[in-house]
Write a protein that binds this ligand. Structure first.
Ligand SMILES: C[S@@+](CC[C@H](N)C(=O)[O-])C[C@H]1O[C@@H](n2cnc3c(N)ncnc32)[C@H](O)[C@@H]1O
Length: 257
């Protein structure tokens, strides 16, 4: 039996914190928070807060008189988010499903959703729920990738395309959510104020393998019959010959209620 391709699936909380701390992660996360225009004393919500990478900065922006609420359903994420914010009295981490936000209607001034809608079963229901809990005059900011834009350089261009097709059709639930954000937000009742796109670039194969799951998803594509095994293995091995290039587009939308 042949070995699996690429690095094993990393610890998710650790992986998300590392992704947030990378140059590309810091850049778009800062932009997302700036779009929110958080003011001192406000109630700010992080929908699907993960290990709490953004909670400290939100706490800094709402100040002593404000409140930051992080919601997630994953026990490991909740534990890490609570650990990271234990010294920040403004922060409260709540267990819950983002389809049924554990908040009263009209109580939130600012809310962000960062790479969560691509995973949920019903993104429109999540946005409708967010509209309900946001105060009139409140603001939200959304950031999601569009995996159709994933490009990986290799001499076997068709294999690269097959990998992207597998990612969008099988590996990620709502893989093309990025391009739909403004339309979905308007449908949920928000007014779209700004739409931007950025392109995280990966020049290091090991980092791309960890973040984009290159090896893991190639292995799954083979097992699911989406890529020919020998060709997929040759394609993956060729990525190490370098220089390596991969990128995708991340779309950010800011809205008011
Ligand atoms: C890619 S991580 C992003 C975490 C965080 N927003 C960040 O930027 O670091 C996605 C998070 O969404 C959470 N999530 C996915 N579906 C969820 C749901 N239905 N209810 C609550 N949390 C959910 C996962 O547990 C995970 O922590």
């Amino acid at each position: 039996m042949r070995a699996n391709l690429g690095v094993p699936r990393p610890d998710q909380a650790d992986y998300m914190l590392k992704a947030a701390a990378s140059a590309a992660g810091r850049h778009y996360k800062r932009e997302l928070l700036d779009l929110l225009e958080v003011e001192p004393g406000q109630v700010a919500l992080d929908v699907g807060c993960g290990p709490g990478a953004d909670l400290p900065l939100l706490a800094e922006r709402v100040g002593e008189g404000g409140t930051v609420i992080g919601v997630d359903r994953d026990p490991a994420m909740l534990a890490e988010a609570r650990r990271r914010t234990s010294g920040l009295p403004a922060v409260e981490v709540r267990e819950g499903d983002v389809h049924a936000l554990p908040l009263e209607p009209g109580t939130v001034d600012r809310a962000k959703i960062d790479r969560v809608l691509m995973h949920v079963t019903d993104p429109d229901a999540v946005l409708a729920g967010l509209h309900l809990v946001t105060r009139p005059g409140g603001r939200i900011a959304l950031a999601e990738p569009d995996w159709d834009t994933l490009i990986v350089d290799a001499e076997d261009l068709d294999a690269s395309r097959a990998f992207t097709r597998y990612t969008t059709s099988e590996a990620v639930r709502n893989a093309t959510i990025g391009r739909t954000l403004a339309r979905r937000a308007e449908r949920a009742g928000f007014t779209v104020d700004a739409v931007t796109a950025s392109t995280p670039v990966f020049l290091d194969l090991a980092e791309a393998d960890r973040t984009l799951g290159l090896g893991r998803n190639t292995q799954l594509a083979i097992e699911d019959g989406h890529m020919d095994a020998d060709r997929a293995r040759r394609w993956f091995a060729s990525l190490a010959e370098g220089p390596f290039y991969a990128s995708f587009t991340l779309i950010t939308v800011a809205c008011s209620r």
